[in-house]
Ligand binder design. Structure first.
Ligand SMILES: Cc1ncc(COP(=O)(O)O)c(C=O)c1O
Length: 391
């Protein structure tokens, strides 16, 4: 029954027969930028748009440096590698996240160490994590060792889930106590702020995604932001195949990666980034609209940004109350049949084959989130009567 109630409420407010989970919004501006790039013939990383886009990212995030990459997953990998994460190290990361937060740890031959969410089901439970770490670590030579595995706990990846900023005050204090480096996973949170400051500026680096389903897109793409000149120079070099040009001859002084974003993708980004403010405005409006349309019941709540934060509301989320958890599957199936692209959250990563044996704290809220969250259609144009290509 609950599924029918939700559908009848959504139907009144949606303007289209079908609503996808997250459709990108394009207009003539994107086409013009792409055509301009094609005409220049400089479609690879050699073109000017990659640098131009990096400049725009810096301005938007108010970070000192940025490196545009082919996606956020490779960005996170490069950040961890640059910070010296290697075999024998562990990295703390939520289990409820996209696999792109976790695979980069394995690419470094290090081990993910899974941490739980708090009761709001969208951020790390820093209090419980502190309590947990204090019971399992030893300090030797300024390093934090996991007594159970004898590995060094080297870093933490706070994920600004669904666009909602993680509590960076708590994260910084935990990192200081346990000598951890911080790489912020801002894949979903371009435009989001914690205490007035753009996410990604609190740790050593932050990584944004511009995948097709993100708030703005470059097709595939990402960006690393940092305020350290030293880290920037290292990252930019290694992402550009560690190339050095002397007298027109190309040298490579270490093993680098071909990870920079091509100019053609950046041209799409240049058009999209101009619309970021407008997209955020629409997404924040959509949150309020969902609250208004759906919230006349105790069956669930709509996930709200934490206090002292400004969320881009990338992915709108229903949190089912305990007694309705069993309805999650039914609701998702019914709404999809009716053309409403709702989704469950990701399968918690500690349950997936490659990561089953990794260390973890008790993940009770992760399991709860997995069973009780439903993501709603969240594109910037949901609920607007719009010409499909214009914004
Ligand atoms: C939380 C999170 N981290 C990392 C990624 C990886 O981003 P990309 O697809 O750009 O590699 C994504 C999304 O796609 C994500 O949602």
């Amino acid at each position: 029954m609950i599924e029918k109630k939700i559908y009848s409420k959504l139907k009144m407010f949606f303007r289209n027969e079908k609503e996808e989970l997250h459709e990108p919004c394009f207009s003539k501006h994107e086409k013009l930028e792409i055509i301009k790039c094609l005409k220049s013939t400089y479609v690879s990383t050699k073109g000017k748009n990659t640098k131009k886009f990096e400049k725009k990212i810096k301005l938007t995030t108010r970070s000192k440096y940025s490196v545009a990459t082919i996606n956020a997953t490779t960005g996170i990998f490069i950040c961890l590698k640059t910070l010296g994460v290697k075999e024998g190290d562990e990295v703390l990361v939520p289990s409820l996240t996209f696999i792109g937060s976790v695979n980069p740890i394995a690419y470094c031959n290090a081990t993910p160490h899974f941490v739980d969410l708090n009761n709001d089901l969208m951020d790390i439970d820093y209090d419980r994590l502190d309590h947990y770490l204090s019971s399992i670590v030893n300090f030797k030579n300024g390093k934090c060792y996991n007594k159970n595995t004898n590995k060094v706990i080297k870093a933490i990846i706070p994920v600004h889930l669904f666009g909602h900023p993680s509590n960076m005050r708590q994260c910084l204090s935990l990192a200081k106590k346990y000598q951890l480096k911080i790489v912020e996973d801002c894949a979903e949170s371009f435009g989001s702020k914690y205490q007035g400051r753009h996410v990604g500026n609190f740790g050593s680096m932050g990584v944004i995604s511009f995948n097709g389903n993100k708030i703005i897109t470059t097709g595939g793409g990402g960006a690393i932001i940092t305020n350290s000149k030293k880290l920037y120079s290292k990252i930019n070099h290694i992402c550009s195949t560690s190339k050095i040009v002397k007298n027109y001859r190309i040298f490579h002084n270490e093993i680098g990666y071909n990870f920079k974003m091509p100019s053609l993708n950046a041209s799409l980004g240049l058009a999209q980034i101009q619309k970021l403010k407008n997209f955020i405005k629409k997404k924040r409006w959509l949150y309020k609209k969902y609250v208004k349309v759906l919230s006349d019941t105790n069956d669930y709540q709509i996930m709200k940004e934490p206090i002292n934060t400004f969320s881009n509301y990338w992915l709108q989320t229903i949190v089912l109350n305990n007694k309705n958890k069993r309805s999650q599957k039914k609701i998702i199936k019914y709404l999809n049949k009716k053309g409403v692209g709702v989704r469950p959250p990701w399968q918690p990563i500690h349950t997936l084959k490659p990561y089953k044996k990794c260390p973890k704290m008790i993940l009770k809220n992760t399991s709860k989130a997995s069973a009780s969250l439903i993501h709603l259609p969240s594109g910037a144009n949901v609920g607007y009567s719009y010409k499909k290509v214009d914004t």
